[in-house]
Design a protein around this ligand. Structure first.
Ligand code: C2E
Ligand code: MG
Ligand code: MG
Ligand code: MG
Length: 288
C-alpha cells in the first residue's frame, strides 16, 4: 500500500515536472517570435501626484498574450528571457514603444520603464535609449528608468558605468521595490536617484502593522531630506492613501486610482485631469 502510494507520488511528481518543463520550453520558443510579431504590448499605470491628483508619470508594464498558453505574467517570462540572452531585445522593444507612446500624451507626464539587471550589464542599452528618444522626439527628462537594488550585487562596475552614462544623457533614475532586497543606504549616497519607489509589501501592511507604518514613515522622511520624489506602490485603499500622505510621499500608484490600462485609455485619463480614488469591491483576476 505504502509502496503504491510512493509510486503514485513519484508519477505525479514527474508529470508535474514534465508540465513545468513543457511550459518553460513553450515560453522559450515563443519568446523570439513574440518580440518580432504582434504578441507583446505595453500597458500603462498612472503615477499620481499627491498635490493635485494629476498624472505625474505612467509606468509601462509589459504584457504577453501567448497564442496557446494565454497571458503570461512578466514575472514569469522576464527571467526566462534573461536566461536566453533575449533581454536586450525586449528592453529595447519596451523603451522604444514607451517613448513613442509618451510622445503622444497631451501633457509632459513622464514614462517609467523597468530595466532588468541583466540589461544594465549590456553596453547596448545607452545606444538603444538614445535611438528611441531620437525616433520619438521625447525629451530625455521625460523618460525614467526603474532599476532594483539587485543591480548593486554585481560589483564589476559595469552597471555603475552604464547608469552614469544614462544620467549624463539626462534620463531620470528610479530605485524600484525599495526596502526588499539588499537595501543599503550607501546606494542612496553614491547614486543620485531621482525617485524612490517603496515596495508594495510595506503599503500592504500599513493598515494593520505599526512596524510597516514606522518603516513607511522613515523611508518617506529620508527621501524627502534627500530631495527625492517618492512613490508609494500598490495603493488599493483610502486608508493606505492616507498613510502615504502622512508619511510625506509625493506620489502614489495603485489600483485605487487605476489599474494598468492601454495607451489609448491612459491618454484619455491624462487629458481628463485629476483622478478620483475609488476602492474596488472585488479583486479582478490577474492579468489584464
Ligand atoms: P514592478 O515594476 O514593481 O511593477 C509593479 C507591479 O505591481 C505591476 O505588476 C503592477 O501591475 C502591480 N500593481 C500596481 N498597482 C497595484 C495594486 O494596487 N495592487 C497590486 N496587488 N498590484 C499592483 P506586473 O505588471 O505584473 O509586473 C510585475 C513585475 O514585472 C514588475 O514589478 C517588474 O519588475 C516586471 N516588469 C513588468 N514589465 C516589465 C518590463 O517591461 N521589463 C522588465 N525588465 N520588467 C518588467
Ligand atoms: Mg517598476
Ligand atoms: Mg515596484
Ligand atoms: Mg515589484
Amino acid at each position: 500500500e505504502a509502496k503504491r502510494e510512493g509510486r503514485n507520488r513519484a508519477a505525479s511528481f514527474s508529470w508535474l515536472f514534465k508540465e513545468r518543463f513543457n511550459r518553460v520550453h513553450e515560453i522559450e520558443t515563443g519568446l523570439r517570435r513574440a518580440i518580432e510579431g504582434q504578441e507583446l504590448r505595453l500597458v500603462f499605470q498612472p503615477i499620481v501626484d499627491l498635490e493635485n491628483l494629476h498624472i505625474h508619470a505612467c509606468e509601462a508594464l509589459l504584457r504577453w498574450e501567448h497564442p496557446t498558453l494565454g497571458p503570461i505574467p512578466p514575472s514569469e517570462f522576464i527571467p526566462i528571457a534573461e536566461g536566453m540572452g533575449l533581454i536586450e531585445d525586449i528592453t529595447s522593444w519596451v523603451v522604444r514603444h514607451a517613448c513613442l507612446a509618451a510622445a503622444s500624451w497631451p501633457t509632459d507626464a513622464r514614462v517609467a520603464v523597468n530595466i532588468s539587471p541583466a540589461s544594465l550589464k549590456s553596453a547596448e542599452l545607452p545606444g538603444s535609449v538614445i535611438a528611441a528618444l531620437l525616433e520619438s522626439g521625447l525629451p530625455a527628462r521625460r523618460l525614467e528608468l526603474e532599476v532594483t537594488e539587485s543591480i548593486f550585487l554585481d560589483d564589476s562596475g559595469q552597471a555603475n558605468a552604464i547608469l552614469r552614462e544614462l544620467q549624463r544623457i539626462g534620463l531620470r533614475l528610479a530605485l524600484d521595490d525599495f526596502g526588499t532586497g539588499y537595501s543599503s543606504l550607501s546606494y542612496l549616497r553614491s547614486y543620485r536617484f531621482d525617485t524612490l519607489k517603496i515596495d508594495q509589501s510595506f503599503m500592504a501592511g500599513v493598515s494593520a502593522n505599526a512596524e510597516d507604518r514606522a518603516i513607511v514613515r522613515a523611508i518617506g522622511s529620508l527621501a524627502r531630506d534627500l530631495a527625492m520624489d517618492t512613490v508609494a506602490e500598490g495603493i488599493e485603499t483610502l486608508d493606505q492613501l492616507d498613510h502615504a500622505r502622512d508619511a510625506g510621499f509625493t506620489n502614489v500608484q495603485g489600483y485605487l486610482f487605476s489599474r494598468p490600462v492601454s495607451c489609448e485609455a491612459v491618454t484619455a485619463l491624462i487629458a481628463h485631469g485629476a483622478l478620483t480614488p475609488k476602492e474596488e469591491s472585488l479583486p479582478v483576476p490577474f492579468p489584464r
